[in-house]
Every structure is written in C-alpha cells, then in structure tokens.
Design a protein around this ligand. Structure first.
Ligand code: GZL
Length: 345
C-alpha cells in the first residue's frame, strides 16, 4: 500500500510541474496567442516579434510623422514595439540600445541623431546576435568594412540638396534675378547629422558653378522652429544693407520660424527673401499658399511599413537590401494648393 501512495504522490508532483511549465511558470504570458505577423510579402511568423526603436526626439513635424508611422506600422504588423524618445541626445540613444540588448529584443532600429560615435554599441548588439537596422539618418563608422548593421533605409540627403539648388537656380532665372547677387543665409540642421551634412554638400555641389551664388551666413538652428526664428533674427540684425535675398533652411520647421523673424523685421518672406527648405510637411504647403515660402524638397518620414517589412523578413531569415531609399519629390509654391489635400504629414 505504501508503495502505491508513494507512486501516486510522485505522479501528482509530476502533473503539477508539467501544469506550471505549460503556463510559463507564473510569467505574464500574453492572454491571446501571439497573432501571426504577416509581412506584405505574405510571409507569416507565429513568434511575437519584439522591436526596440531609439528615436532621435520630437524636434519637428517631420519627426512626429516619422514616429507615428513607425508606431502605427508596428501595430499593423503585430510587432511589439519598445520605443524610446532620446530628446536629440546621442547618449540617450546609446543607453536605449543597451537596454534593448539586455532585454533580448529580436531586432533593434534607430535614427542616429549624429553620424559618428556608434561603433561600440553596434558591436555590442552584434556580439549579442541582435540585428540592427538604421532608419532615416546615417552612421559613419570608424571602419566602414565592419559589418555592424544589416540595413539602412531613408532619404538621399545629398540629392535633396542638389534638388534644392537646381530649383533655386531655375526660379531665380525665371524671376529675372539669376544673374545678380544671390546672397544666401543658411539655417543648418543638427551639427553632424547626415541630413544636415548631406543637404549642405549637395546644395554647394550645384551652386559652386555659379559665382554669383554665395552662402554669406550659415549657422545651425538644430531643426527646430524656435531656433530657426532666433538665428534668423540674428542674421537680419547683422544685415543692415539687406543683402540676404535667399534663405536655405535644412527643414521646414526652421523655415517657418525664420518666416516669423523676416516679417518681424519688416521684410517679405517669399518675395524680399526667397525661401527653400526640406521635408514637405503640411505647414510648408500652408506657408507656400500664403506666398511666404517658395519651395520645399520632400523628405519622406513615412518609413514605418518599410521598417516593419524588413524586421519580419529578418526574423523569418529572409535577405533584405542593405540600402533602401525612399521616393521623394520637389514641391514649388505653384503646386501647393493642389497638393496640400494629398499630404499625409
Ligand atoms: C531627415 C530627418 C530630419 C528632418 C528634420 O530625414 O532626419 O530630422 O529633415 C528632422 O525635420 O528633425
């Protein structure tokens, strides 16, 4: 009899252990079974994918649209998104990436606030076996041959800069000012960011062939509207002879701030000072309709679906392109009214 009760107790213990293991040992398992994640390629994954994303910050309308696109696409793809807003500080982004590594996420993605200083943390992610996708801005590695990330997706910033310069030259010729002095004030984006570096490089590459085109003032306003207004005020105060007749702003937010400064100084934005900027956010279209901005070069923030597609492919073990450019256009004021209703950000 004793043997039988021992056997029964052993059996009961086994059943208990098995039952606990089946419900995750008390861990908070998702109540609903993980939804299969379907990429647009039709591939399904049953595993709940976890993506860690370290965002630059919330400095502009562009960034807000980029964040919304990523958050919505994660929901649409059934991907668990761990999202950190780094408030435009590289140290916060690095800290977030390290936290994603320690949490053991499946994929890490981030929009690098500046180009350099990422090698160490990218090596840590690689050593942890976690693939990294760079989104939007680019990184410059100490050793470009080192394979520290699986893909980059975003805009061709140098092409955007070239497009802005080519539009400006054609516009100045059209209004009969192409042969006179074209004195450009430049509001640069965040110092060391690939968006600012690339736009400046592309713009200067085109105007270097036009001796009457000169950048006579240039300073960063960190991609924000407030600093755009502040720096433009300073430019205008230092321009008593009103030599500035063009503003190049590395994003629409800084251009919109500069417009306020130009009006406060009694000058007409879009007429006395021709303005070209980047992003093509709704605020830029509204300013063009008011005649205060002359052209915006699109920089597409809606990268969410492309990112999630790449994440699912990675987790499914499918190959992804190393470089994924987004498609973009150039929007002069004359098309603003017809285009505004189509704008998604
Ligand atoms: C460009 C992006 C830039 C935008 C700005 O891809 O990194 O950062 O042009 C934003 O509006 O702040």
């Amino acid at each position: 009899m004793k043997r039988f009760s021992k056997l029964l107790a052993l059996l009961m213990a086994f059943v208990m252990i098995f039952a606990l293991a089946a419900c995750g040992g008390g861990k908070q398992e998702p109540t609903s079974s993980p939804q299969p994640t379907e990429s647009t390629t039709g591939q399904k994954t049953d595993k709940k994918i976890v993506l860690g994303f370290a965002q630059v910050g919330a400095e502009s309308e562009w960034r807000t649209a980029n964040t919304e696109s990523i958050q919505q696409a994660a929901k649409d793809f059934g991907i668990e998104l761990k999202f950190v807003d780094a408030q435009q500080k590289q140290e916060n982004q690095i800290q977030a990436i390290r936290s994603f590594i320690s949490q053991g996420v499946d994929v890490i993605a981030f929009a690098p606030v500046v180009e350099t200083g990422w090698d160490t943390v990218l090596r840590e992610a690689k050593d942890a076996g976690i693939p990294v996708i760079i989104v939007d801005r680019q990184v410059k590695l100490e050793n470009e041959d080192e394979d520290l990330y699986v893909a980059w997706m975003g805009s061709n910033f140098e092409q955007e800069g070239r497009d802005a310069a080519e539009w400006l030259i054609s516009y100045m010729d059209k209004i009969g000012k192409g042969d006179g002095p074209v004195n450009i004030a430049e509001l640069q984006g965040t110092v060391g960011s690939s968006a600012a570096v690339g736009r400046k490089k592309g713009f200067e590459e085109v105007i270097k062939n036009k001796p009457n085109y000169k950048i006579i003032k240039s300073q960063t306003a960190d991609f924000t509207r407030a600093k755009g207004q502040e720096v433009m005020e300073a430019f205008l105060k230092a321009d008593p002879n009103k030599e500035i007749n063009v503003l190049l702003a590395h994003n629409d937010d800084m251009a919109l701030g500069a417009i306020q400064a130009i009006e406060a100084a009694g000058r007409k934005p879009g007429e006395d000072i021709i303005i070209v900027s980047f992003d093509a956010v709704k605020g830029a279209f509204e300013a063009m309709i008011e005649g205060k901005l002359n052209c915006t070069v699109e920089c597409n923030p809606l990268l969410g679906p492309q990112l999630m597609e790449a994440v699912v492919k990675l987790v499914n073990g499918e190959p992804i392109e190393k470089i994924i450019y987004t498609k973009e256009g150039v929007f002069p004021a004359e098309v603003a009214a017809q285009e505004l209703p189509n704008r998604k950000y």
